[in-house]
Design a protein around this ligand. Sequence first.
Ligand code: HEM
Length: 148
Amino acid sequence: MSLDKNSIELIKSTFSLMEDNGLKITEQMYKTLFKQYPECQDLFIAAKNQPAKLAQTIILFIQEIDDLNGLKKKLAFIAQRHTQAQVKAIHYPMVADALILAMKQVLGEELFSEAIATAWTNGFIFLASELMLMESQIYAESYNKKVI
Ligand code: HEM
């Protein structure tokens, strides 16, 4: 999957906003996620400094956005952690919901316009589809190991 040029430019334009507010956004996002989707809470039992780690990944995503191949190694590592925690495809729309809402709440609708919200939704879909693909391969491998 690739990300369209317009979304790339709009996401890049939010770099300093995300650098200044990333942690606030991810802290808010976990609050919303656990309130709206309490079934997600159990997945995070072993997680440490999760808001900071997600905020760093958001910054890294913007820095690498012109050549997203550079992000593959990081995404492969995240996919390993996700599969250990039993993250499934069904959880991605929940996180997408909570993340976009948190961006809107922290930055305000003037800075986080509809166009920027759409660009970030596209960015999330890009990251989520890469992660879900890697995760489905890891789950399939472990299933094959069990049945062979
Ligand atoms: C594009 C979407 C996502 C990104 C960029 C992302 C990013 C990350 C990052 C950076 C880590 C930390 C890895 C580490 O350094 O240990 C992580 C861990 C984790 N993520 Fe995600 N994540 C995404 C989606 C999700 C979804 C949909 C869920 C399920 C609700 C989820 C649940 C978790 C859990 C439970 C951990 C902790 C694993 C552990 O250490 O026990 N993530 N994720």
